[in-house]
Design a protein around this ligand. Sequence first.
Ligand SMILES: Nc1nc2c(ncn2[C@@H]2O[C@H](COP(=O)(O)OP(=O)(O)OP(=O)(O)O)[C@@H](O)[C@H]2O)c(=O)[nH]1
Ligand SMILES: [Mg+2]
Length: 309
Amino acid sequence: MKPSMAVPTLDQLRSGGKRSLAEGLTLAETRAGDSAVVSLLDAACAAPKGDVIGITGPPGVGKSTLTNALIARWRAAGLTVGVIAVDPSSRYTRGALLGDRTRIRTNPEDDGIFVRSMAARDRLGGLSAETVAAMVLMRAVYDRVIVESVGIGQSEADIGFVADCVILCVQPGSGDSLQYMKAGITELPDIFVVTKGDTGKPAMRARADVEGALGLNAPSGRKPAVLVVSSTAAEGFDGLDEAVNDMLTATASQRDHRRSVQEDAWVNDAIRERFGRDGLARMKRGNEGPSRKGPFTRIAQVTQALRPE
Ligand SMILES: Nc1nc2c(ncn2[C@@H]2O[C@H](COP(=O)(O)OP(=O)(O)OP(=O)(O)O)[C@@H](O)[C@H]2O)c(=O)[nH]1
Ligand SMILES: [Mg+2]
């Protein structure tokens, strides 16, 4: 990238196709603190176009295969789709294997689909500030944004900080997700998908187990859907598509609130990462009150204020 690369306006980002979005993502990664970049991110954040679907679950459960299937369906329905594949291995490989690992295939000629792989943060599946920024830019441009992230235990909840709808993939015959549910859940996924439905009995058992655990543990309110899909047999996708649409429709009135909670979490997270718990406490003490400035501006301002001279 040229150091002089101009920061596009939101309109330019939207009308400039893949190339413009790629430049926007690069700027968000390399010049995150620049005031023009901060303004672009907040403008994008304030003008979301699409819905964000988080797909999480253990390694190898079938997240990318599911993502491929959803991309094909949504493109066929005329929706534009952005995908962020968060790769937990890249901190070991320095990104060298990103392309191989995501296993997401798309048509390079199609301007309505954009896929970006990104490194996970320190812990498995943890989302980095770059991932949040990329999601915000893509959400302003595409009708649907998928964030695929490996999740085990705690990191499963991370996806809730960027997604409007969280799909947790369950591996037949593993018991992983049940363990996690038994451990006590604060944030339930919106949809459970048992993958590899073509395995037959183990998949059916996994569904019954999840339903049983939900019956015992779920707080009152909206019950998550529990579905079985098979990517190899191309089964269950009508139901999944419907469940996603139903969830998004049913929660539309809470969308703004959910997103504003997410924004607060990004600010807290960024300040904690840079200045530790102490920094967080200082931010809260010196807080600008109920500032409704965009989250990226808030992060920049607090960073400025806390930075030692
Ligand atoms: N039998 C069967 N195998 C599947 C199905 N979906 C995915 N797989 C296989 O499961 C393996 C992992 O699939 P991926 O989609 O790459 O899984 P993932 O969760 O994205 O994996 P990571 O990103 O590495 O964590 C592949 O070998 C797939 O072919 C399915 O519906 N049935
Ligand atoms: Mg994958």
